[in-house]
Design a protein around this ligand. Sequence first.
Ligand code: NAD
Ligand code: AHE
Ligand code: ZN
Length: 369
Amino acid sequence: MKTRAAVAFAAKKPLEIVEIDLEGPKAGEVLVEIKATGICHTDYYTLSGADPEGLFPCVLGHEGAGIVVDIGPGVTSLKKGDHVIPLYTPECRQCKSCLSRKTNLCTAIRATQGKGVMPDGTSRFKCDGDPVLHYMGASTFSNFIVAPEIAMAKIREDAPFDKVCYIGCGVTTGIGAVIWTAKAEAGCRAIVFGLGGIGLNVIQGLRMVGAEQIVGVDINSGRKAIAEKFGMTHFVNPKEVEGDLVPYLVNLTDGGADYTFDATGNVTVMRQALEACHRGWGQSIVIGVAPSGAEIATRPFQLVTGRVWKGTAFGGARGRTDVPRIVDWYMQGRINIDDLITHKLPLERINEGFDLMHSGASIRSVVEY
Ligand code: NAD
Ligand code: AHE
Ligand code: ZN
């Protein structure tokens, strides 16, 4: 069949809207009509050439929602008509990682997913007869996709696609980093570095668990009002702090935060986030994806004296289990997604979504098909 997609033909080039060919689902795969997709910073990271796994040509996009329109042989967990959110972190429930209960990083299809192909080693997309690669097992910048059934969360049918698509990455990553990775508790003090599409969801996760102090740090003071709406109690613009940022934050949090979160992808900020943790127990959670080759540093003394450095992918969420629950939280009014979706675009204008992100004008742009 044909599908309309925004194709990344090369790094650093605008996406091109073209009609490409999509082969039907093979064993264990499903065909999904994507109804809406969010534009995440990670899509730009790959397009910019900073991702060591970045391959071209490919169909980017990893934050979407849609409807199953066909199933391949052997598919048992989904049927035509099911509403789904594609998962770049699948959940096979059988691999060593899934069975360990210690991580959400399912390994069942990671090797082929990282090469931009389906588990049989081939791509379902073609343009003028040449293969076009998948991205993060999702490729939600295409109106139709094929993906393994273990990489689909089945969700309730009354959930609006143009809102819950954001649960496919940003919402789950931010809230999950608080509740599953940090396991932050009521009454804690926390600092969130970067108040964008991820950091604002960290803030709402902290409010959900009952954090007492939620400090937001961003070089864009335009983020203060929206962050306050989501639960931030104190705002800090590093450019307006006299002297070093870390002692300022340690003082503001009465000796350092119980939990800090990097949602910038900047390794200097990651160090500040670790060092702003409380001596003895503070935990710093790395969410941001740093450019290829970047490294983190600190004095080992920071760890010797009890600070903990951790990272999180997809907020530690087990997609098929946890994503439908987060959709329920949205439908019950327990989390706010609507106010973070600042822009809606048709596929033809998808490149504007990246411009809006870089200028700081948008939190999340969503493309509706
Ligand atoms: P975004 O561009 O919407 O937001 C980033 C924010 O950080 C902006 O508000 C910006 O002003 C702020 N910022 C930039 N430099 C700063 C600095 N030096 N100090 C303080 N604030 C600074 O991006 P996003 O969509 O929120 O994504 C944030 C990061 O998280 C990206 O690196 C993205 O790739 C990554 N990410 C990781 C996961 C995961 O599973 N680990 C999932 C999604 C996104
Ligand atoms: N391909 C990059 C890594 C990018 C990365 O860390 N991706 C996160 C999700 S970001 C979503 O917006 C992730 O889940 N990583 C776990 C995994 O297995 O990829 C690189 O540096 O190679
Ligand atoms: Zn993302």
